[in-house]
Design a protein around this ligand. Structure first.
Ligand code: SF4
Length: 305
């Protein structure tokens, strides 16, 4: 097992305003997940469902409110920053927006060399090889981010993330800012890199079609909770949770914007009683509104499953 997280939670306190009392928002509310070496787990849901917060918790970029994280068998939940640093080399994050992730003052060579230098490695031989691995020719070494297309910038970000030989890439909507044809090329590159390097991916997306292309497993999130989890083919061919069914019915084309579901997502600061999905659920019953929130059992969190 490469990564194992249990009971992960993140709660934020909101400030009181003239119109609203202070409250607590559970961005992530008790998530369990596991990822094998070389495995690929997709985390899907609408924007605001907590999937990006989950990624940051796993990387210990933000403090946990509760839970436990094991990486390569080691409990990293409470590791101090200095002890986390060498581990961070082995678990890298790739952002949605490559333009924001790259420093405009650094050439491609310097951007890819930076993590190597920080960790005390000589970047000279490694940088051209990394660029070749992500499909960029050598003459890109001296270019700057403003001279690159969106897809080329994302390739530079991937090369930079690979520089320290990670075992895990956490990809936060890595293709959603790219044109459709470029998305397909970047997904192909990611698939190839995973095979060749034996990398594990935690792939965050609002788009089930994208997740299907890259991952074997999927976790569907709604209001900070996992509501369905399992092998991607099984979940896509026979979804058991009404939210997964609604997401599938609204799958955008590759390259489309976010998913659009019937009804507004509830305010996380005042989640609905009972099952959090009940105000939007076509098959909700009285027990769904008034009973306890369903917990994940046998891969699904729904009273009717
Ligand atoms: Fe719908 Fe009830 Fe299942 Fe929630 S528990 S998803 S409201 S059927």
């Amino acid at each position: 097992m490469l990564l194992h997280a249990s009971g992960l939670a993140k709660t934020y306190a909101t400030r009181a305003t003239a119109f609203r009392r202070a409250s607590r928002v559970a961005a992530v509310a008790g998530v369990d997940l596991s990822l094998d070496k070389g495995g690929a787990l997709g985390v899907v849901g609408e924007s605001g469902c907590g999937k990006s917060t989950l990624a940051r918790l796993l990387l210990r970029l933000i403090p946990l409110s509760a839970g436990r994280i094991l990486f390569e068998g080691r409990d990293i939940t409470a590791l101090p920053e200095a002890a986390l640093r060498p581990l961070r080399a082995r678990m890298q994050l790739i952002h949605q927006n490559p333009s924001a992730a790259l420093d405009p003052r650094l050439s491609v060579a310097d951007a890819v060399a930076e993590p190597l230098r920080i960790h005390g490695h000589d970047p000279r031989a490694r940088v051209p090889a990394l660029l070749a691995e992500v499909g960029l020719p050598g003459d890109f070494l001296h270019r700057y981010p403003h001279e690159l297309s969106g897809g080329q910038k994302q390739r530079v970000c991937i090369a930079r993330a690979l520089a320290l030989e990670p075992r895990l890439l956490i990809l936060d909507e890595p293709t959603s800012a790219l044109d459709v044809s470029v998305q397909a090329q970047v997904l192909e590159l990611l698939e190839g890199l995973r095979r060749q390097r034996g990398l594990a991916y935690l792939f965050i997306s609002h788009n089930l079609a994208v997740v299907r292309q890259v991952c074997e497993q999927v976790a569907v999130m709604y209001l900070g909770r996992v509501v369905e989890q399992g092998a991607i083919d099984a979940v896509l061919s026979s979804p058991r949770h009404p939210y997964t069914r609604a997401l599938l019915a609204s799958v955008p084309r590759l390259g489309g914007g976010g998913v659009v579901l019937e009804g507004d997502a509830p305010n996380p600061a005042a989640p609905p009683s009972g099952c959090p999905f009940h105000p939007r659920c076509a098959v909700a019953r009285e027990a769904c509104r008034e009973g306890p929130a369903p917990v994940l059992r046998h891969g699904v969190a729904c009273h009717l499953a």
